[in-house]
Design a protein around this ligand. Structure first.
Ligand SMILES: *Cc1c(COP(=O)(O)O)cnc(C)c1O
Length: 355
């Protein structure tokens, strides 16, 4: 099958094989990964390597901590203001570029003043607002780098004189950039890293402990840094699969290679969307996401059944667009082979030939 699912998403075959092996017999222990103590040295080394390799792939040093937490990216919507918004006179800014960005912004209201510096809901989040003003003296600015549902991606991240926070759930580890421009990055694993159940948080350590508010233990980043992501029982399976994926990315050539492949996949699919008169892309061209490509048939009534039938025959799965956009969404995460994109493009050409 060619898996275009938006999340949980495709994983490399060798990662799935390695994960299956570890479920049967982990590290030659004669026990399953799922039935050993997370304090066992074999698992502690999985956690340590996953945290270290995450920072290494992003080119970040030991002024940052990498954490693997639970609760999904959605829990980070609250954990970020808990830790970074000042108890007295707290103020943060959010760029509202999609449903996830809106959910993050809503959660922050309970913690202090929230300013929306830009919002693209006027055109169903089909573009990234630009040229917005950022107030000074904020606790932080919150961006969403890739809008999974609407297929847009931020190519530049306007700087502020405050901390910069970014939800990178759906494009983490897919491109090279200056990750040190951010003070806190978070991402649910299940889009580009592993199965659901783990959330990667990368945070500059010296920004923590300054909010002046009571933070419940499980919401407190320093607790998890001190506990080396094992303050409580970690989701060992998600962690192990994430480590295998991190190793896979590293072995393939790291983020420069992930970016090269993502650009090649995107060029092939968007090229066809633009060339083929039956289809139209929904996102503004300059903001198109290489991870999630959203497109419609001009004439669904005439061509939808043909397209869906041919797609099914070709083994293409996970192409249904999110209900708030409609049409189709091809998610092309790191593990998707170019040949899968070629198979989709072939189907689009065949629909045109039969029209
Ligand atoms: C999927 C997604 C989320 C939600 O992630 P959960 O881990 O399910 O909470 C948040 N932000 C973005 C950009 C996403 O794509």
């Amino acid at each position: 099958k060619h898996n275009f699912s938006a999340g949980p998403c495709i994983l490399p075959q060798e990662v799935l094989t390695g994960a299956a092996d570890a479920v049967r017999d982990f590290a030659g222990m004669g026990l399953s990964l799922l039935e050993i103590s997370h304090r066992d040295k074999n698992f502690v080394s999985v956690m340590d390597e996953a945290m270290a390799l995450s920072l290494e792939l992003m080119g970040l040093g030991d002024d940052y901590a990498a954490l693997f937490l639970q609760g999904g990216a959605s829990l980070q919507f609250a954990m970020v203001p808990f830790n970074l918004m000042k108890a007295e006179g707290g103020h943060a800014a959010y760029l509202e570029t999609g449903t996830w960005a809106t959910n993050a912004r809503k959660e922050a209201h309970g913690f202090g003043k929230v300013t929306v510096i830009g919002n693209s809901s006027d055109r169903n989040f089909s573009y990234i607002p630009k040229g917005f003003a950022i107030p000074s003296g904020l606790d932080y600015v919150h961006y969403t780098s890739n809008n999974t549902i609407f297929g847009t991606q931020m190519k530049a991240f306007p700087k502020a004189d405050s901390l910069m926070v970014c939800d990178m759930s759906s494009d983490i580890f897919s491109r090279q950039m200056d990750y040190s421009a951010f003070d806190l990055i978070y991402a649910g694993a299940q889009k580009n890293l592993g199965p659901a159940g783990a959330t990667l948080v990368v945070v500059r350590k010296d920004i923590l402990g300054k909010s002046g508010r009571y933070i419940p233990t499980m919401f407190d980043y320093p607790v998890h840094i001190k506990g080396e992501s094992m303050y409580n029982t970690p989701p060992v399976f998600s962690l192990y699969v994430s480590l295998l994926t991190l190793r896979w990315m590293d072995a393939q050539g790291g983020l420069s290679e992930m970016e090269r492949r993502a650009n090649a996949r995107a060029a092939a699919l968007y090229g066809e969307i633009d060339r083929n008169p039956l289809f139209v892309g929904t996102a503004a061209t300059e903001d198109r996401s290489p991870m999630n490509a959203c497109f419609l048939l001009h004439d669904e009534a005439t061509h939808k059944d043909v397209f869906d039938g041919l797609a099914k025959e070709a083994g293409l799965v996970g192409l249904a667009g999110h209900r708030s956009v409609g049409g189709y969404r091809a998610s092309m995460y790191n593990a998707l082979e170019q040949s899968s994109v070629d198979a989709l493009v072939d189907v689009m050409r065949e629909v045109e030939r039969r029209a």
